[in-house]
Design a protein around this ligand. Sequence first.
Ligand code: ZN
Length: 297
Amino acid sequence: MEIIIMDFYISWSRSDPIFSNYFVNCKVLISPSNTLRSFNLGKWTNQPDKVIIDSSAFYYMFGRSAPPPKEIFKEQVRIIKGHKCLVTLCPFDYPISPGSGNTLNTFSAIEKTLGNAYEFLELYEKEELYNNPQIDSMGVIQGTDKSSIQFCVNELQRMGFKKFGLGSLAALYSPEEILRRVSFAADVAGVDRLHVFGISRLDVISQLKQLNIESIDSTRPTKAAIYNAIFYSNPFRTYGIKGSRNADKYSRILSIPLPCQCPTCKENPEMLLVTEGKKAINARAVHNYYHLVEHLL
Ligand SMILES: [Zn+2]
């Protein structure tokens, strides 16, 4: 049987480590709202293997006023300047917040998402991005149940999208609901063409790997580092840091670093246990990323 490895994209913000400086095969998701306006991929000496540029839709989900889709597209084009790796751009979508998932709101969000997807393809063509084999596009799926998700995928397919990303999951807390929506989308789009946006739960990440989903993105290694959590793989487990203020949240506590081959531990394993300062958080994020990716291999 063919072994399928799910691509893991680390969701990146401007104060996070540049993961591609440490890992040659890393994949990164960048939201325009998480970058400085002067940022572009050409500024990274070591570029990731692949990059997805989403539309920051999640950032605008909670009442911030969003710029017109055209402006978001311009931001995306600004970010990919100087890229040497495969980059995938996504149209600006309308996520459905868990509290407002009635039929009317759902269909209004899907209609707006599809309208933007259509406009995105026009901009994409105008910019002549089709001509570059290192640039790709991904349609964003919205929906809350089988019929709305499948309708959205079908419409995106009719527009010509070949790759799809399922949205609106980042604010959902029920793993069963997340997996249900993923399977509806996978049925129509195909698991090998489906990206799942914004998954933070480790158990859900593991289950998506079992489903052979093409790729996911998450901020989890970095978020865990901020909350003084340390990952190890084989078997995968999480430790709190002895003496840290939130150590009581974890069932396992670490007082000395375990053997590890990650870039942080090769240089200075004691950095893992430092609870103050961005430098230590970033060192821990690199270590956590290494172990989550090891776990997903
Ligand atoms: Zn390490």
